[in-house]
Design a protein around this ligand. Sequence first.
Ligand code: HEC
Ligand code: HEC
Ligand code: HEC
Length: 183
Amino acid sequence: MQSAGSDKKSKRRRRFKGFCLFVLGIVFAIGAFLGINFGMAQVSSPEYCGSSCHEMQTAYQTWELSPHGTNHLGVRVECADCHLPSKDNYFHYTFAKAWTGAKDLAVHYFGPEYDVEATRKKVQAKFTNEPCLRCHQDLLVSPTGFDAMAAHQGLIDRPDAPENQCIHCHPGAGHERDSKLHR
Ligand code: HEC
Ligand code: HEC
Ligand code: HEC
């Protein structure tokens, strides 16, 4: 009788312990998720990207001068909007963000002296129209002039041609490098 009773009790205690662990696990998972998202928001702002190390100084200042850093709408297109995959795919975005961040850190501490011009060429060579098209979809509607419409029609016909890359015709879109401040 007695042993059956204590058996039941210890079973109940074990079950209770399991339940507590389960709840703790959920609380921990939620905490970690919120923490990651909060941290990500912090390290994704242009102010963080542009001020965290000297390598990014030119990029930050030239971005501020570009139509995406300053425009009449007061909209700021962030570094990540052009340099990372779309946020719609959370895991792809988060992974790319972590990878890029780690790479930048490694270069900062262990890499050779940062070369703006060389990096610019590397980024340029790999840059596609995809991030631009996330926001500029109505290329034939919004441009006011016929030359823009003609140029953009060519791009729609042959999107992969090198001369039809957005930054071929809009080289200062992300970074205004021709400004007197940065010559
Ligand atoms: C509208 C798209 C766009 C935005 C927004 C943008 N970039 Fe860029 N970025 C580019 C393109 C295109 C290039 C390559 C061509 C060039 O540099 O002129 C580039 C080049 C770079 C380079 C390599 C050259 C250099 O200056 O060192 C860095 C680093 C960089 N960007 C960081 C940033 C940071 C940091 C921000 C935000 C403060 C930012 N970018 C915002 C499109 C963008
Ligand atoms: C997150 C959204 C977003 C992305 C990504 C983006 N743009 Fe823009 N773009 C804007 C906004 C907002 C403006 C300012 C609106 C305006 O000037 O009418 C703008 C303005 C422009 C202009 C007009 C500049 C001027 O002088 O009036 C050009 C050209 C342009 N973008 C090209 C590009 C190219 C090329 C890319 C890719 C390298 C790109 N955009 C990426 C949102 C974006
Ligand atoms: C073959 C050259 C060429 C290519 C490639 C090109 N554009 Fe343009 N774009 C122009 C010209 C020319 C204008 C009109 C003059 C100007 O505003 O600079 C223009 C104007 C614009 C404007 C301003 C529209 C307005 O309201 O006045 C935006 C935004 C723009 N382009 C975005 C893009 C995007 C995004 C891509 C890539 C998907 C792209 N362009 C590719 C030549 C081009």
